[in-house]
Design a protein around this ligand. Structure first.
Ligand code: FDA
Ligand code: NAD
Length: 426
């Protein structure tokens, strides 16, 4: 049993949706393109799962957040794919790949061949078993990577109103889900090994701004330790967690957000890997010229930093996907991918954006006791990163534009004095 396509996108997440849109912009013919996804639904904007999807009132539900609404583009519903002659092969896991033969084998036993393959398999959530803790398959322990996880989290959350949640991990999932749990009237304790939240990006000063607000909403931070074991009732439901520091936290619900691993396993031994992802060049092409990789799974050259990086953020997924399609369809006229890293988050009424990289000396500006503040990172005499909370659209555009220019900074005191005025003036 088998089918043949000119273009195959493996994975049906954010990158797949944006790639599909770009394929139609570039003029793909009916029947040439398919998307194979383990998920049972058409590509959607994954960031909604830790935000609008978890709201107690008028929560976001599909089809409202199918790609590509997140970038103010068309919303690609299953009907749209049908109208554009794009085959959606959903609920289908690819279990092996042969890049020499240009074939994929699905778990259902179908062989799908391609002329060009775009790998968009994203990543999977790490589980506590990988850190030596067992029991995270209990019914009230939740992870958050896909729609099925989010649906289960909502069910467990609704059954826990007024009760206690323990959030394991102080990164993006931890912070965003903790805020949603508070909004759902659940008491939250957060446990993580670092001295402050969002340790990969925030400085202690930035972290403390958000932590103080969370504390004012009743969130308890348990830092510098990790979980050692779950405590169960006779029905196998978790009733609490033991921590390495000897303390115990009661729990009606546990959310685990301890990082991800890119889904590279199908291609290990067949394609070159770097920094945990599939290595691509500045056209998102892998070590096999018929195969491209985009989104969370791809390690690509970030030209502005002269380095290969793997990014785990939606903007990179959207833009790398579109670029790969352009490179496939218009190889002679597509320039190098020149990407400025962009991360953001929204929790409670906060909203921040970050551009560039968080390296070097930090210069703060704005009002840390108010609603708008930020920071610049200056490395080897150049501004390389910018963070802004509570900015206007124009201010965010200004920090993005200026960070891309990597302007020389001769006087850090002067930069501090000018604050946000520095980027607005340039
Ligand atoms: P993505 O994970 O979206 O898709 C991968 C797809 O491949 C999935 O459909 C999966 O089922 C499928 N797949 C994998 N292996 C397969 C196989 N063998 N066979 C078939 N299918 C397979 N970023 C940001 O910048 N701002 C934000 O606010 C957020 N918020 C956020 C919330 C939550 C809950 C999560 C989990 C993540 C975010 N992110 C984010 C990160 C962002 O969503 C992420 O970077 C993108 O979804 C990456 O897009 P990809 O298409 O690469 O992977
Ligand atoms: P993360 O890398 O942001 O954070 C992982 C956290 O896990 C670390 O901060 C650390 O505190 C903690 N940790 C690690 N080992 C631990 C252990 N043994 N016990 C307790 N804590 C431990 O990853 P995440 O929060 O799980 O997010 C998953 C993915 O989803 C990431 O790729 C992230 O970029 C993405 N995401 C992004 C956004 C956004 O950009 N706004 C929002 C949600 C999710």
């Amino acid at each position: 049993m088998g089918r043949a396509f000119v273009y195959v996108i493996l994975g049906g997440g954010v990158a797949a949706g944006y790639a599909a849109l770009e394929f139609t912009n570039k003029g793909v013919s009916h029947g040439e393109l398919c998307i194979i996804s383990e998920e049972p639904v058409a590509p959607y904007e994954r960031p909604a799962l830790s935000k609008g999807f978890l709201l107690p009132e008028a929560p976001a539900r599909l089809p409202a957040f199918h790609t590509c609404v997140g970038a103010n583009e068309e919303r690609l519903t299953p009907k749209w794919y049908k109208e554009h002659g794009i085959e959606l092969i959903l609920g289908t896991r690819v279990k092996s790949a042969d890049v020499r033969r240009k074939t994929l084998l699905t778990a259902a036993g179908e062989t799908i061949s391609y002329k060009f393959l775009i790998i968009a398999t994203g990543a999977r959530a790490l589980n506590l078993e990988e850190f030596g803790v067992s029991g995270s398959d209990a019914e009230n322990v939740c992870h958050l990577r896909d729609l099925a996880d989010a649906t289960r989290l909502v069910d467990v959350m609704q059954a826990s109103t007024g009760g206690n949640a323990v959030v394991i991990g102080g990164g993006y999932i931890g912070m965003e889900v903790a805020a949603s749990l508070v909004i759902n009237k659940i008491n939250v304790s957060m446990v993580f090994p670092e001295p402050h939240c969002m340790a990969r990006l925030f400085t202690p000063k930035i972290a403390s701004y958000y932590e103080e607000f969370y504390k004012s909403k009743g969130v308890k931070f348990v830092k510098g330790t990790v979980m050692s074991s779950f405590v169960f009732n006779p029905d196998g439901k978790v009733t609490g967690v033991n921590l390495k520091d000897g303390s115990y936290l009661p729990a009606d619900l546990v959310v685990v957000g301890i990082g991800i691993r890119p889904n590279t396993s199908l291609f290990e031994g067949q394609l070159t890997l770097e920094k945990g992802g599939i290595k691509v060049n500045s056209q998102l092409q892998t070590s096999n010229s018929s195969v491209y990789a985009v989104g969370d799974v791809a390690s690509f050259p970030v030209k502005i930093f002269g380095e290969i990086r793997r990014l785990e953020h939606v903007d990179a997924a959207r833009k790398s996907a579109r670029h790969a399609v352009a490179a496939i369809m218009e190889p002679d006229t597509t320039p190098e991918f020149d990407y400025l890293p962009f991360f953001y988050s929204r929790v409670f009424s906060f909203s921040w954006q970050f551009y560039g990289e968080n390296l070097g000396e930090v210069i703060y500006f704005g009002d840390f006791s108010g609603t708008s503040f930020g920071a610049y990172w200056v490395h080897k005499g150049h501004l390389v990163g910018s963070f802004l909370e509570g900015g206007s659209k124009q201010e965010y555009e200004a920090i993005a534009k200026v960070t891309r220019l990597k302007p020389a900074i001769d006087d850090l005191n002067e930069l501090e004095r000018q604050g946000l005025g520095f980027v607005v003036a340039l």
